[in-house]
Ligand binder design. Structure first.
Ligand SMILES: Nc1ncnc2c1ncn2[C@@H]1O[C@H](COP(=O)(O)OP(=O)(O)O)[C@@H](O)[C@H]1O
Ligand SMILES: [Mg+2]
Length: 268
């Protein structure tokens, strides 16, 4: 069966806005909706998908840089029916600012396995380092996570501005996290969208919102995905809506870019 092979990077200007939790739960939800999914922890500064899953990986993304290691050796199966995970290495800050040959090697190795998946989710670190920008440019779609805090809005604007002005990227989905209700989410989205229209000449796409929910912090404490622990919680229902919207979008649009295009970014 031919797979959708859509890659998504989950980014933000500011840390602590919910990227890792959203990535993880979207992976579980997309999988529950009959997709083959792989989630890759690309936050090499503060890798913590493994902590949220309560697992201690033996190998990680960094090991893939050794010539004799195959991608299959670093993949952890979260569900036998097609939900996989590649862990990163915490504290490997020297890798954060990727050299082009390191990215090339990673891309070449990952390429051999990624065609098996419908969705490839990249959990990235916050901010605008070269490594982060390069991953964000390599995917079919980008989801920028914002919260209603003014600092989150200004920092996401800075991130979008760099990706637009320096790399000509103008497709961004916006997900507003930690909101009270839909009105608050729409208001935050509009503030960012107005600034992007006015100063960057681009229109952002509204992906939806995730409500503030104590169950999510509880899931973090228990080191289990929210979707597993509290599938009917507010935040989980919101994430299910978002996953369905993403599936719908990818079915209606013909995306030119499939898989990961790390190598292409370096040709620029
Ligand atoms: N919708 C939410 N409701 C309640 N708490 C949340 C929500 N989203 C995130 N959080 C809290 O924010 C913390 C940071 O989330 P995390 O996914 O690690 O952010 P990031 O990856 O962007 O740094 C979580 O541990 C959780 O306690
Ligand atoms: Mg994170």
């Amino acid at each position: 069966m031919k797979r959708k092979n859509i890659s998504l990077s989950i980014v933000s200007g500011k840390g602590g806005v919910g990227k890792t939790n959203i990535t993880l739960n979207l992976a579980y939800i997309l999988h529950s909706l009959a997709n083959q999914v792989i989630v890759i922890d690309c936050d090499l500064g503060l890798a913590n998908l493994d902590i949220l899953l309560g697992v201690t990986p033996k190998k990680n993304l960094k090991d893939l840089l050794s010539e004799d290691i195959k991608p299959e050796e670093i993949i952890l199966s979260l569900d036998k029916t097609g939900l996989d995970f590649i862990p990163a290495a915490s504290g490997v800050l020297d890798l954060l600012e990727y050299e082009s040959d390191i990215q090339f090697l990673l891309a070449k190795k990952l390429d051999t396995i990624l065609s098996k998946y419908d969705f490839i989710l990249l959990d990235l670190g916050a901010g605008i380092s070269n490594g982060i920008l390069s991953f964000a440019l390599s995917t079919s779609l980008r989801i920028v996570i914002i919260t209603p805090e003014p600092t989150s809005l200004t920092d996401s604007y800075a991130l979008i501005k760099i990706l637009k002005n320096h790399y000509n990227q103008s497709n961004f989905f916006i997900l507003v996290n930690m909101v009270e209700n839909q009105q608050e989410a729409k208001k935050s989205f509009e503030r960012l969208n107005v600034a992007c229209q006015k100063f960057l000449g681009i229109e952002l796409m509204y992906l939806g919102y995730v409500r503030e929910d104590k169950n999510l912090s509880e899931a973090v404490r228990q080191q289990k995905p929210l979707f597993k622990l509290y599938p009917t919680s507010k935040a989980c229902l919101d994430l299910i809506n978002i996953a369905k919207k993403l599936i719908n979008f990818t079915e209606k649009t013909t995306l030119v870019k499939k898989g990961l295009n790390l190598i292409d970014n370096f040709k620029k």
